[in-house]
Design a protein around this ligand. Structure first.
Ligand code: NAD
Length: 362
């Protein structure tokens, strides 16, 4: 398996492969860029088909975190960890061992929850490192809820841009995935008077969400193509491709899932079809904003910052319309421009050396 080549393709700073045979732990920690500050990014547990797939996911997700931080103008960079789900994985012990690794980086990387990580997992990681968004933590708040609030601000901009605004306009939303973020988002949308149809491969979650929110349920393989105004992908990435897009009926796509576009061309195809697409890392930045403000800036409340997602989203949609390119490409351009500016500043003032690792403010 090649490691250095895929790392250099998108200029990743560091990749750490780690294992602890006694507790069945195997994983990859990728740090994409620390120009603007320490790398922030959660840890995901997933049953990967191969080590190469796990590496690809870690590289892609960590780069997405850098872009998310850059477009949100946060003083941090991007990282991500993937742990390979195996039958011999002893979760609590493995998380403690992973926490030791994070601690050894002394603030160069902060971790948090991602797919497959429960509160117990975060507590276990927090036994061996302070560089983790441990939940529940009343001072930090619910990171997934912050993400959902951020997506809502992004969706408000999409609805305004598309001319569908205001409470009670019976907007129909199809939700793919009602997990940690999806359920919070569904509750916000319901409170705004929207009609929901939900799907989740975890049938119990779909049932619970539908019962609580009075929504309909659809089979998971039909939700992307539901007859609706808004499609909210809140599960896993890669859902929009040149094969799936022609069957999408929604006029707006806005959800929390990372890496929703299978390829950059998928973003172009959405734009060509007139579908308003909210770039994933722009609208799902709420959790990162909360984490960065809590750990690095010591802020008690991030709700005002989350509202900024609305204006960023609107700016991206307007630029995309003016320049006749996809919203996804505009978001990439804005994020890359900020990163370039930060690198120039660093090179001028610090002779190119990376910034010192940060200590948590709390
Ligand atoms: P989660 O694991 O709590 O929820 C994901 C849900 O999607 C689960 O209920 C799962 O059963 C369901 N699911 C998986 N595949 C599905 C499919 N094909 N069809 C329907 N449902 C499916 O995860 P989460 O924390 O809510 O994160 C969801 C997405 O948002 C992920 O892509 C994650 O990387 C991204 N994200 C999360 C946060 C956060 O704060 N948690 C922040 C930014 C981005």
């Amino acid at each position: 398996m090649n490691i250095l080549e895929p790392m250099s393709a998108h200029d990743h700073e560091q990749v750490i492969a780690f294992q602890n045979r006694a507790v069945g732990l195997r994983g990859i920690l990728a740090i994409h860029d620390t120009t603007c500050g320490p790398a922030l990014g959660g840890v995901r547990i997933w049953r990967y088909a191969s080590e190469a797939d796990a590496l690809t996911d870690a590289l892609r997700l960590s780069r997405g975190m850098t872009y998310k931080a850059a477009i949100s103008e946060l003083p941090c960079g991007g990282g991500k960890t993937v742990i390979l789900l195996r039958d011999d994985l002893q979760r609590a012990e493995a998380f403690e061992a992973f926490g030791q690794l994070v601690e050894s980086l002394r603030g160069r990387y902060f971790t948090a929850r991602d797919v497959g990580i429960t509160d117990d997992g975060l507590q276990a990681i927090a036994r061996t490192t302070k560089y983790v968004a441990k939940e529940p933590d009343p001072a930090l708040g619910d990171v997934s809820e912050h993400t959902a609030i951020g997506v809502w601000h992004g969706l408000r901009a999409c609805l305004e841009f598309a001319g569908i605004a205001g409470k009670g306009s019976r907007v129909r939303v199809a939700m793919q995935g009602v997990g940690s973020v999806g359920l919070h988002l569904a509750r916000i949308l319901k409170s705004e008077g929207m009609e929901l149809v939900v799907a989740d491969v975890n049938a119990a979650r779909a049932n619970q969400a539908a019962a609580e929110l009075g929504g309909r349920m659809l089979p998971p393989d039909e939700i992307l193509f539901a007859d609706c105004d808004v499609l909210a992908p809140c599960a896993l990435g890669g859902v929009f491709s040149l094969e799936t897009i022609p069957r999408v009926q929604a006029g707006i796509i806005c959800g929390c899932a990372n890496n929703q576009l299978a390829t950059p061309e998928a973003g172009d195809e959405l734009a060509r079809r007139g579908i308003v697409y909210a770039p994933d890392y722009l609208v799902n930045a709420g959790g990162l904003i909360r984490g960065a403000e809590y750990f690095l800036l010591g802020r008690a409340d991030s709700l005002p910052s989350l509202a900024g997602i609305h204006n960023r989203m609107m700016r991206v949609l307007q630029l995309a319309q003016e320049r006749r390119v996809s919203a996804a490409r505009i978001a990439d351009e804005l994020a890359e421009a900020r990163l370039k500016q930060a690198k120039t500043y660093r090179d001028l003032h610090w002779g190119g050396s990376p910034p010192a690792a940060s200590r948590p403010k709390t």
